[in-house]
Every structure is written in C-alpha cells, then in structure tokens.
Design a protein around this ligand. Structure first.
Ligand code: SF4
Length: 364
C-alpha cells in the first residue's frame, strides 16, 4: 500500500502547559543532537519511502529548536521532500522568529500550524502559555511577511470559567488575523496533568455544545468550511496531511511518542526520552483486525464533511456498502443523522455531533 505521509514528532517544549497530555519533555540542548540521530535511525528502520506527498513536523514544539537545530532537522528530511505537496511545521508564538521562518521556507515548508489557543492574556497565563495576544498579532504578521500563505491556528474552547462572550471575542480576534485554516479543540482535563492536579473542571456537555455551535456559525458566516468535525478552512486550504488520517490511509511516523500506520498495523514509539536517545525505544504494535478496519474506516471518514464514496468503500473494504447497511442507513436518514446520494454517504450536521451513535448503528 502506498504511504503518502510522514509525521515527525519533536517532543521538546520550552515550558509545559497545564492542560497538556501530549508526549513532551522540557527542551534540553544536550538532547537535540542525539534525538536527530535517532530520527535518522527511525527513517531507515521504517524504510520511509522518498516519494511522500506530505510531511508534518509536530510536537511538542518544533519551533523550540534553535535555528541550527531546526536546520539540521530540515536537512535530515530533505531527501524526502522532492514530491511533497504539503510540508507543515507546528510552531509556538514565542519561539517563532523571522530567521527560522525564512529557513523553513528555504527547505520547502509551505504550511505552519500555530498554537494560538486563546487571545485572552489572563487565560493564556493561567494555561501557562508563554505568549500574549500582542505577540500573536506580531508573529502572524511575520508569517505573512516571510511569504507563507498557508497557515493554521489552534483554538481551545471550554476553558476554565470561559463564557460564550469570551469565546466570541477569541473568534473575533482570530478572524482579524485572517488565517486560511482554523483547528478547534475542546479542553479536556486529563489525569496526571497540572490542570487535573489543580482540580480544573471541564465545561458541561451542554456548554461545550453551545460553544461548538457558536464556533460553527461564526466561522461559516465568515466563509470557512467545516471540512472535518473540528477543522475549518477557506477554499483550497484543507490539510492534505490530516486528511490522510481521516481517510484512514497508512502513513509513517517517527520520533518519541509518534503513532504510525504501516502494513495494516498501527504502532506507537514509546519508552520515554532516555530510552529513545539510547536507541532503546519500545515500538508498541497493534494489528488491526478486519472488523476494526471497517469500524475505523467508517468512524474516520464520517468525521469528514464529504464522507466517503461507495466506490472507495468497495475498493478498500471489498463489498458494496448499501448491500450490507441499507436498513441501518434508512434508519439513520430518518433520524436526520446521515445523508446519501448516488455517489456516497456523509453525516449531517447533527450526525457529525453523534458519530459514535451513527457508527454503532451501522455496525450493530
Ligand atoms: S506547547 Fe504544546 S506540547 Fe508543549 S506543553 Fe504546551 S500544549 Fe503541550
């Protein structure tokens, strides 16, 4: 099977955000050189092909690397960039500089994903983020000045004590930056994070839904298309790399904490930073059963507004979708959760909010 994407995890961060549940460690200069060496080892271990369409460097905070470290990382991946259509690097506001932006551009990076989260300075401090709204405005201008036309901003909602008015002003401020792509996340308080120790409480389901609806109506009114449950883009700016995940295609992933999907197996590179740096990471492999494959196909593809075509389903699953699922599909159409035309199927606005139920009804 062709694998068209590569995810590279850079787990280093300048400071740790209180809500963060990602695989990350505090940046230490001494770790970067050996880490890049191990990434090189991963590239050959997983036999990463060079005709990739997308590369996504995420974290952690890739922009926390110094100019020279970042250059070494980009140089390491250069061999794989020949046919790349979309090359994304995640960046934090405080560590993004014009020289780093120019460097990335010179290596073919053509998309940035910026961790904005909120434009409320008080809330940013509470989350232990290191930037302010003023810095966001400055750095987004810098991104544009460096010639990047494609960039995404992350927005978190359901923050402690956040009201709908607070969220509305975040949306207004973010829209002034005119980002071609916006990713939204609801705040979940995960065990073991500083937020959970501080006893922060997640917003209620009703409040989260009201916030989501506000985001949806505000962004749609401004010409953004919700092409995936939590992702909004202006025409032509949907993320090609992330669509590989949602269309349930295979992709490579390297670096500590990275999860990939190769030869019908999902894997995660685990074991902590010390083991990784010694070349002793643990690769946890999960072989996907046929039933799991079908469920994943449905669950992931239905996250996309376009859903999937009957043709693609037949090609990848091996039987006609409607032959097997017609009664369930009819029931879901009656409940207003699914929509079907002669080409394929997609979840309705309401169905996208109740995807677990939709998929469960299909497969039961
Ligand atoms: S910058 Fe990102 S990865 Fe690092 S601690 Fe904050 S949320 Fe986590």
């Amino acid at each position: 099977m062709t694998r068209r994407g590569l995810y590279v995890h850079i787990p280093f961060c300048g400071t740790l955000c209180h809500y963060c549940d990602f695989v990350k460690v505090i940046y230490q200069k001494a770790w970067i050189k050996p880490y890049l060496k191990e990434l090189k080892h991963d590239l050959s271990f997983f036999n990463v092909e060079s005709d990739l369409q997308t590369i996504y460097i995420g974290g952690g905070t890739p922009s926390a690397l110094s100019f020279y470290e970042l250059r070494n990382l980009l140089q390491l991946l250069k061999l794989y960039t020949t046919n790349v259509k979309e090359y994304t690097v995640e960046a934090n506001v405080e560590s993004l500089t014009l020289p780093k932006l120019k460097l990335m551009k010179s290596y073919g990076v053509n998309r940035l994903s910026v961790g904005v989260q909120t434009t409320n300075d008080e809330m940013l401090a509470k989350l232990n983020r290191q930037h302010t709204y003023q810095m966001i405005k400055t750095k987004i201008n810098l991104i544009k000045k460096a010639g990047f036309t494609n960039f995404s901003v992350d927005l978190i909602y359901g923050l402690p004590a956040q009201s709908l008015n607070d969220l509305q002003s975040d949306l207004t401020n973010i829209l002034k930056l005119n980002p071609p792509h916006i990713s939204t996340y609801s705040l979940t308080i995960e065990k073991g994070t500083a937020a959970s120790i501080k006893k922060w409480v997640s917003a209620s389901d009703e409040k989260m839904r009201a916030m989501y609806d506000l985001i949806l109506s505000t962004l749609r009114a401004e010409g953004y298309v919700r092409y995936e449950v939590s992702n909004f883009a202006k025409a032509g700016f949907e993320s090609i790399h992330n669509k590989l995940y949602w269309e349930n295609h295979e992709y490579y992933a390297i670096g500590l904490g990275a999860s990939g999907y190769i030869d019908g197996k999902r894997y995660v590179i685990e074991g902590g930073i010390s083991r990784y740096l010694k070349g002793e990471s643990i690769i946890n492999i999960d072989e996907i059963t046929r039933q799991e494959y079908i469920e994943e196909y449905l669950m992931l593809n239905l996250r996309l507004a376009k859903g999937f075509t009957f043709r693609d389903f037949k090609k990848r699953i091996g039987f006609e979708f409607m032959e097997k699922y017609e009664p369930q599909v009819k029931a879901l159409i009656e409940r207003g959760l699914l929509s079907v035309n002669h080409d394929g199927v997609c979840a309705t606005d309401e169905g996208i909010m109740l995807l677990d139920q939709v998929v469960l009804t299909l497969i039961m």
